[in-house]
Ligand binder design. Structure first.
Ligand code: CAA
Length: 283
């Protein structure tokens, strides 16, 4: 099927990045969020991120203007009804995602593909609560979306190959690379990345190193662009903890137990960059 219109649920860090790359690739985008303020903030951020790309000669000013004109915003979720493809990028809570799909389903066209940008929730379980499990899959972007090359495409147990192929074509049109993943806890990237971040927190917790020595060891010693603690702050410590819990519960193996220090930071509300305090102080 030929996808032309994309509906994005959520204008946060991931949602606005997805709108950015979809619009630049020529898709007509409608982005929704619960508040007009969140939508306006997202449009401002997309505009400044695209402007940075113009100033570095990555895109032309004309391409930016065309892309910005392709992004519509609405606080009414059901306005996404006519879209060919829905990408849900709302809060990483299963009940929130299920409520969104429930409200949206009666307004969708029969051919609409429904996807979630979830970083770890079971695609099969989310799909089972919809009227179209065969047209449901995981469409997982990495942060920052305009920069990161990978998109994980996750098949639920019922996802059909027509749906997978249509999503793969979208990833190709974005100029990104798809990695196909089966639906098991945290898929591929987070199955590998989060235990490394969790181990970095254990390394801090046990006093093996301090924040600076742990991060510079991995930056200079393993050529990672960011140290694991800096990256945890960037992703959000609440998200890191939620993913570790999904791994721990879903795979029932103590090697995935979240570090108590990570839990403590989340309980303190020190969630990283978004609260201006995490392993680093951004105030
Ligand atoms: N929009 C558009 N362009 C952006 C951007 C954005 N939001 N953020 C950065 N850029 C561009 C910059 O313009 C710059 O472009 P040029 O190469 O043309 O100069 C380039 O990206 C590099 O940016 P900076 O020079 O500002 O900074 P940097 O070199 O320190 O790189 C980084 C920043 C790309 C974020 C880099 O530190 C990095 O790759 N970090 C690791 C990110 C990572 O691991 N992400 C995955 C997280 S896991 C995940 O997302 C999955 C999950 O479910 C939790």
């Amino acid at each position: 099927m030929d996808i032309k219109t994309v509906g994005i649920v959520g204008a946060g860090q991931m949602g606005n990045g997805i709108a950015h790359v979809m619009a630049l690739a020529g898709y007509d985008v409608t982005m929704t969020d619960i508040s007009e303020d969140a939508l306006q903030a997202a449009i401002k951020l997309i505009d400044s991120n695209m402007e940075r790309q113009v100033s570095r000669d990555k895109i032309t000013a004309e391409a930016k203007a065309d892309a910005m004109a392709r992004i519509a915003t609405t606080v009414t979720l059901t306005d996404l009804g006519p879209s060919d493809l829905i990408i849900e990028a709302a809060t990483e809570r299963e009940t929130v995602k299920q409520a969104i799909f429930e409200d949206l389903l009666p307004h969708l066209k029969p051919h609409t593909i429904l996807t979630s940008n979830t970083s770890s929730i079971s695609i099969t379980r989310l799909a089972s609560r919809t009227d179209r499990p065969e047209k449901f899959m995981g469409f997982h972007f990495m942060n920052p979306v305009p920069v990161m090359q990978l998109v994980e495409l996750i098949r639920g147990i019922a996802t059909d190959s027509e749906t997978y192929d249509a999503c793969k074509q979208v990833v190709d049109k974005l100029g990104k690379t798809a990695a196909s993943a089966e639906d098991f806890p945290a898929f591929i990237v987070n199955r590998i990345l989060m235990p490394m971040i969790n181990e970095a927190v254990y390394t801090l917790y046990e006093g093996v190193g301090n924040v600076q020595s742990i991060d510079s060891s991995m930056k200079l010693g393993a050529n990672h662009p960011m140290g694991p603690l800096e990256l945890a702050d960037f992703i959000g410590l609440d998200t890191c903890l939620a993913i570790m819990n999904v791994l721990h519960d879903g795979l029932a193996d103590t090697k995935y137990r979240p570090c108590p220090l990570l839990t403590k930071y989340v309980e303190a509300g020190w969630l990283g960059r978004k609260t201006q305090r995490g392993f680093y102080d951004y105030r």
